[in-house]
Design a protein around this ligand. Structure first.
Ligand code: NAD
Ligand code: UFG
Length: 334
């Protein structure tokens, strides 16, 4: 089976490609390296001994997509290509909506043209806005997003819903990721954002390695167990494996839109994350308490029962593995 993976060199894309290749799927990949490195391709090969058929290009480039669909008999698409920095999206809304929404429209129209009707799409827990109840189930209201990044995911979910209503042959699986962290156990691939990381785990790693001086803990006056923000951190390899289950589920589906939360169901605070990282890796993480970050919510964790039951998938790796693998990757300089 041939799967076209957009954003194949990014954090989640690269780990998913490894799982796909190891399961025997043929992978055709596209990336424009706006937030990744070409060497990821070699490192994926080192892990799997297999190769992605790779195209360098932009998902907004309709002719490039047509070339890929013409040259390959694609059965399914997994779409990871997007911009994902929340703060950046507030400053550059046009770029974010173009890259995260227009690109999906281009992809969908080419898929229609080539009669490819199976898609796995990367959405985010951010579509729930400020959750009224935690843990969050898929039935929870969506909307109330506080930044263009979150709103771009909301828009795409709406587009996919309308598409499935218009054409019942479309099989679409939307994954709402919670907070993916960690890295492949080989240390060959991991989270490698350009510039100073905005997310907690890569920031902690860089403080531990001495690349950054001190972590700012954004607020300790939330109504949570210790006052700091609580999130559902999920090991990237568990998250990648869920995509295999998604592909299998779509293969057995008659059509329609499926939506799943991907998390562990357990919430950890920022201070718990710091302490676990220090204990597991035997390192010191300097931190200071700073004001709350604008747009942050107190608590966000998933009820992933639906994915557990319907996809026969469950996150297996715990906090210790997340901290160990994140640090292991950050020690290697690629
Ligand atoms: P990432 O930035 O590491 O990977 C995205 C990849 O897509 C990068 O390699 C980038 O170069 C590429 N890309 C971006 N725009 C492109 C375009 N127009 N054409 C071709 N390639 C393009 O991000 P990630 O963490 O792997 O996220 C993957 C998906 O999951 C994104 O859609 C993101 O919004 C979503 N998501 C991520 C998180 C998270 O915390 N990492 C959480 C929720 C949802
Ligand atoms: N945090 C700090 N200091 C930092 C970075 C983060 O204290 O330097 C705190 C945040 O305030 C929050 C927690 O660590 O309480 C996690 O923050 P992240 O930035 O790592 O993650 P978010 O939950 O804010 O957002 C992430 C992705 C979004 C995605 C969302 C889905 O960045 O793209 O998860 O839940 F939409």
């Amino acid at each position: 089976m041939k799967i076209f993976v957009t954003g194949c060199c990014g954090y989640i894309g690269s780990h998913t490609c490894v799982e796909l290749l190891e399961k025997g799927y043929e992978v055709i990949g596209l990336d424009n390296f706006s937030n990744s490195k070409r060497s990821v391709l070699d490192r994926i090969k080192q892990i799997t001994n297999k190769e992605i058929k790779f195209y360098e290009g932009d998902m907004l480039d309709r002719n490039m997509l047509k070339k890929i669909f013409t040259e390959n008999d694609i059965d399914m698409v997994i779409d990871f290509a997007a911009y994902k920095a929340v703060g950046d999206s507030v400053k550059k809304p046009v770029e974010y909506y173009t890259n995260n929404v227009s690109s999906v429209l281009t992809l969908l129209s080419v898929m229609q043209e080539y009669n490819v009707k199976s898609l796995v799409f990367s959405s985010s827990a951010t579509v729930y806005g400020v959750p009224k109840i935690v843990p969050i189930t898929e039935e929870a209201e969506i909307g109330g997003t506080t930044n263009p990044y979150g709103t771009s995911k909301l828009y795409v979910e709406g587009i996919l819903k309308d598409l499935c209503i218009s054409d019942p042959e479309f099989k679409i699986c939307v994954f709402r990721y919670f907070n993916p962290v960690g890295a492949h156990q080989s240390g060959l691939i991991g989270e490698d954002p350009n510039g100073i990381p905005a997310n907690l785990m890569p920031f902690i790693s860089k403080v531990a390695t001495g690349e950054l001086e001190c972590l700012s803990v954004f607020g300790n006056d939330y109504d949570t167990k210790d006052g700091t923000g609580v999130r559902d951190y999920i090991h990237i390899v568990d998250l990648a494996k869920a995509h295999i289950s998604g592909v299998e589920k779509l293969n057995n589906s008659d059509g329609g839109l499926l939506i799943y939360n991907l998390g562990t169901g357990v919430g950890y605070s920022v201070l718990e994350m710091i302490k676990a990282f220090e204990r597991v890796n035997n390192v010191k993480v300097n931190y200071k308490i700073a004001p709350r970050r604008e747009g942050d919510i107190a608590e966000c964790f998933a009820d992933s029962t639906k994915a557990n039951k319907e996809l026969n998938w469950k996150a297996e790796l715990g906090l210790d593995e997340m901290c160990r693998d994140a640090y292991n990757f950050s020690l290697k300089k690629y």
